[in-house]
Design a protein around this ligand. Structure first.
Ligand code: 2BA
Length: 107
């Protein structure tokens, strides 16, 4: 058995959790904080059989990969005058660890 630890952004967490549970995976969700940005993120613990690790990673990749998004931004062009223009930002991304589980019991 393996333990997949996946750290994802809070924005992606609900959709990732839905997709994992829909696929039948057992998931524990932890509210965590990134040490660098000190911003909230979400850590999932997923215990799975070795053969299913790739499927878990596939789901994580589908629902939380880094991607670009175009969002509107504004900037001042004169006193009291603003212009709006699109900017491309990077959102999402997942950090994944896969650990060997020595023993797993439900008591
Ligand atoms: P990512 O590398 O995508 O990491 C996102 C979050 O995943 C991290 O949040 C942290 O909570 C977790 N994480 C990543 N790698 C980890 C590891 N090896 N062990 C344990 N947890 C890990 P933050 O720590 O707030 O980092 C946010 C982003 O800031 C990182 O995105 C990375 O792009 C940058 N970053 C992190 N530490 C850095 C450092 N020491 N110097 C420069 N940039 C850093």
């Amino acid at each position: 058995m393996k333990l997949v630890i996946a750290i994802v952004g809070n924005d992606d967490a609900p959709i990732v959790l839905n997709a994992l549970t829909k696929e039948g995976f057992h998931v524990t969700k932890l509210s965590t904080t990134g040490g660098f940005l000190r911003a909230g993120n979400t850590t999932f613990l997923i215990g799975v059989e070795k053969e299913k690790v790739d499927k878990v990673i596939e789901v994580l990749r589908e629902y939380s990969s880094k991607r670009t998004q175009v969002v509107p931004s504004t900037s001042a062009i004169d006193v009291g005058m603003y212009t709006s223009f699109p900017v491309e930002i990077t959102v999402g991304g997942a950090t994944v660890f896969v650990l060997d589980v020595e023993k797993h019991e439900k008591l």
